[in-house]
Design a protein around this ligand. Sequence first.
Ligand SMILES: [Zn+2]
Length: 323
Amino acid sequence: MTIQIGIDLGGSNLRAAAFGDGPVPLASHREPVGENRAPEVIVERLARTIDELAGSAPGPIPVGVGVAALLRDRRGTVAASPHLGWRDVPFGALLARRLGPRYRLGVYNDANAVTWGEAVAGAARGCRDVLAVYVGTGIGSGLIIGGQLVEGASNCAGEIGHTKVRWDDHAAPCMCGARGCVEAYLGGRYLLARFRRELAGSQVATTVIERAGGSIDAVTPSHVDAAALDGDAWALGLWTELAALLAVALGNALAVLNSERLVLGGGVLGRTPGLRAMTEIDLMLVAPPASLEPLTVAAAELGDDAGLIGAARLARDGVSILE
Ligand SMILES: [Zn+2]
């Protein structure tokens, strides 16, 4: 049987799976990324995992790696990965050299791999024009146009998280160094900071803190979402603001892309049905009517597995294989 291997190298876990023809793994593996994140150490661990999953299967075996990083080229050079603490690391070249000619390696942005997975076997099955947006700690997104994954001239297309939704003196600072990025409002790390800031020494009348067991530090987006759905004024006000900002970013992207399927997922949006619904309502007002006509919005279906399926399938399909 021919197999493909998919890897998801995230900030917390290193996950890997071998696939045959379908989206169900033949074998899988998961371990924490751990403390030592030196590139050569990670490369060696990946190579061993890949060898184990490959077993005695005949080569060349496609291996796709989705990595939580901003890439610089089609050779898997990591420009920056705050999650891994890497900057200017020739990750793809190191891994390709270690793996040798038995494997055909492709390195992908993790959101791109996830998006491809949803298109192969999930919420965007059968769609040729897809925008997928994942709101988690940060915001990742992937684009498919005319059935092709769009990676861009230097492999950083689709960074919708860093499109601007405010551009004035009060625009929120973003970890990318700019201000006013939609990620600086909706990204989980910014949300939590904002909850703490607004609720500290609270003069605010809200049920959110008691929903979190009395501790401001325990307040999550789910608590705020439940409170907003119950009509809590503070939660509803915050969600109203944030839904509008996300809808502006999505609406602008859809005006450019004319996608047929918008996939929404990620650790924040996956747990905040109220915020998602409010965003979709605003989107209907913000996006150009012509771009809404062919559009359906769907929740991501595959969760953590999407990145593994997508990376394996991109490598099998010969997308951005290292020569
Ligand atoms: Zn930014």
